[in-house]
Design a protein around this ligand. Sequence first.
Ligand SMILES: *Cc1c(COP(=O)(O)O)cnc(C)c1O
Length: 392
Amino acid sequence: MKKDTILAHAGRDSHKFEGVVNTPVVRASTILFPTVKAYEASHADRFTRMRYGRYGTQTTHALEEAVAELEGGHGAMICPSGAAAIAAALLAFTKVGDHILMVDTAYTPSRLFSDSVLRHNGVETTYYDPLIGNRIAELIRPNTRLVYCESPGSLTFEVQDIPAIAAAAHARGIPVLNDNTWATPYFFSSFEHGVDVSIHAATKYIGGHSDIMMGIIVTTEAHWRTVRTAVADYGYYASPDDCFMALRGLRTLGVRLKQHQTNALAVAAWLQRHRDVARVMYPALEGDAGHALWRREFTGASGLFGVELKPAPKAAVDAMLDGFEFFGMGASWGGFESLVLPTHPERTRTATRFPAAGPTLRLHIGLEDPDDLIADLEAGFDRLRRIVKQTG
Ligand SMILES: *Cc1c(COP(=O)(O)O)cnc(C)c1O
């Protein structure tokens, strides 16, 4: 089955619900069993069939099945947020005395978690260059328990050579975890590229409408029980109402992402030619340093990318951002609407240096008409230039 067909059909079984097309919202804490035997037997299947509300209901299981099938993994599990999913996955594999390798361009809260909770647990983190490839082997120690990737990286969108990293990690018997939020399972098939544990902020494109918080972890069969048990041990739970929203988002993931890509390519190409722009950080653009690798690994690009402006004072950039009609300002992305934020990639890196000559932005290109978005940006550049002129 192709991915668009999976999106339309996975995780629903109308026969179970008297013909209803979508798996309904099944809300439950207690699940009743007719006999002791049935109750006791339900323990073995507690993560895939209803036993207790915290482990999920039919709505949760439908979402898990659909995402696992889309990504080609063994099984999925739902977490209360993307950050919660990252935390559970990292904790599942580590204990005092261990060491992990994390990409320098990881989502900032992933780094913060490693530098706080993991460090307090006695787990050491080494950050590595996103372009390291198979040289990751040199950083693997006897106590290294996992390699953590995020491709493309947050804010600056460097593409990682995940198959090369996975080959090196697997040669030493350690798993590769990958934050696949940017591409989603639709544009990056994690398990075909050697990933063992794929992590998603479903808050972003899977939800797709800026109205739910959710994380999803998909694993290979070998790692499923380790991670699923950790998620249960922490008491993680996501409401069936939110799972229903995520399933609804998933049905249109393909058409939305293709449109995000078309729009983002149009806006990014326009920005790349703009006189106030130093560079656009978007692997789907020809000329981007990660373009060849992106073509090899991904089947598409989502709508999130970085922009480095030519040097300009903060007041001018603030004037540009404050006046947009269609670009909202706020955390998160992956909804239907366009967003912009100022970024500071140079502040978080420790293994590499981000050479920032000018101010940097992160743009999320939504489903609006790209002509309107470009006009909005052009008006923003007019505001920027006005302040630059005033301040001489
Ligand atoms: C937003 C995001 C997360 C965290 O997801 P939340 O649902 O906000 O906790 C994790 N990874 C990446 C790459 C993200 O952009």
